[in-house]
Design a protein around this ligand. Structure first.
Ligand SMILES: Cc1ncc(COP(=O)(O)O)c(C=O)c1O
Length: 387
């Protein structure tokens, strides 16, 4: 038989989603994958039911229902300070996941490089490879996950087509500061590179930090693709509604890719998204407050168990150094540790190596997702107390 595609040999299946399968089979507490174990707010669910009942059940406008694009443009003007035209600058996609790959496919040519910060959200490496680019990694270093400005400056070159930024960040919880974003912007301008920013955790921020959209920095509006979605903000990870905002010329290309990849994101859920995007400010405050409580609780549990966790400023993940617990579990590396942790405690986590281009860099790290009910986190505390 002729060989299957070479490109798909160069990356593995998602480790996070594999951990979820192992966890479900063991009947454990899933702190591996970033989805809530509590239900979506009633009024948001009702908006979806109403949309189905009122007949929004056929193909949507391929690049997004006009009402949703209108609601997105108003919300980003309000919250992010991004000015965009809903008619020409927004593509609604099947989650932020599709927005990222469609954006890369829209801009990449053979030989292009894409800069990715590591540890990274595990989709970015395969996304870059599938779109034909070579990823170039720049390290974020704990405890505050800063990058070295010389390393970033050296990563840019004439082949750099784009840089991917995820702020607030998964898995580190880093929220990029204005100084960091200014440096990134100046390098994009110097090397004529695009920026793709994944801002899916923009409302999940703590300790008074501010979320800044790179697209609002001088000179960046026309070269930034801003990605977001309903997914995390409204606790609807299964709905698959995301979007990419970009200048008209870039959007035209993203829309073409999107059309042939998926045709469209579910119509009724786009209409429910209009309701969600118009929720009052108090909704977002309550969301951040809920995750703040969960962060504080899990952080203390991890410290008391013997982990060395790094407190996130945003998103709903905690990376922890697990080296001090390796002997107790007889673990040799992060993957072995994660498997043994499920066996011993029925708590699932993600091995750190899945967030790095070189596994060794994540050898002692694991990631916990705390977008869970307090009861779930209390169960985790109980189980860890027996370790
Ligand atoms: C940084 C980041 N981007 C995108 C996604 C996926 O978004 P969606 O479910 O809207 O495709 C996730 C999910 O965990 C994520 O952490």
């Amino acid at each position: 038989m002729k060989p299957l595609s070479y490109i798909t040999e160069t990356f593995t299946e998602s480790v996070i989603r594999e951990m979820t399968r192992i966890c479900d089979a063991a009947g454990g507490e899933n702190l591996s994958q970033g989805f809530p174990d509590f239900d979506t707010p009633e009024d948001i669910k009702q908006a979806a039911i109403d949309a189905i009942r009122t007949g929004h059940n056929q193909y949507p406008v391929t690049f997004g229902e006009p009402e949703l694009r209108e609601a997105i443009s108003k919300k980003v003007a309000r919250y992010n300070g991004i000015v965009c035209n809903p008619v020409t600058d927004i593509t609604v996609t099947c989650g932020a996941t599709e927005a990222m790959i469609a954006s890369l496919k829209a801009i990449i040519n053979p030989g292009d490089e894409v800069i990715v910060f590591e540890p990274f959200y595990e989709n970015y490496g395969p996304d870059a490879i599938l779109s034909g680019a070579s990823p170039r990694y720049v390290t974020l270093t704990p405890p505050d996950w800063k990058f070295d400005s010389d390393e970033l400056t050296a990563a840019f070159n004439s082949k750099t087509k784009a840089i991917i930024i995820n702020t607030p960040n998964n898995p580190t919880g880093k929220v990029f500061t204005s100084e960091e974003l200014e440096l990134i912007a100046s390098l994009c301008l110097k090397w004529d590179a695009y920026a793709i920013t994944d801002e899916i955790y923009e409302h999940i921020i703590y300790d008074g930090v501010k979320h800044i959209s790179l697209a609002t920095l001088p000179g960046m509006a026309n070269r930034t693709i801003t990605i977001n979605g309903l997914t995390k903000t409204y606790s609807v990870t299964g709905w698959r509604v995301g979007w990419a905002i970009a200048a008209k010329e870039i959007t035209q290309r993203i829309r073409k890719v999107h059309d042939f990849l998926t045709v469209g994101s579910p119509t009724p859920l786009q209409h429910a998204g209009v309701y969600a995007l118009n929720l009052p400010q108090s909704y977002y405050q309550q969301l951040a407050e809920r995750y703040y409580q969960a962060r504080e609780f899990l952080f203390d549990v991890l410290v008391n168990t013997g982990f060395k966790p790094y407190k996130p400023k945003g998103s709903y993940y905690i990376i922890a150094d697990a080296a001090a617990l390796f002997d107790r579990l007889g673990a040799i590396d992060d993957t072995d540790f994660s498997r043994k942790l499920i066996e011993r405690t029925l708590v699932a986590t993600v091995p750190g190596s899945s967030f790095y281009s070189i596994s060794e860099k994540g050898r002692y790290q694991v990631r916990f997702a705390f977008c869970k009910k307090m009861e779930t986190l209390q169960k985790v505390a109980e189980r860890f107390s027996k370790l």
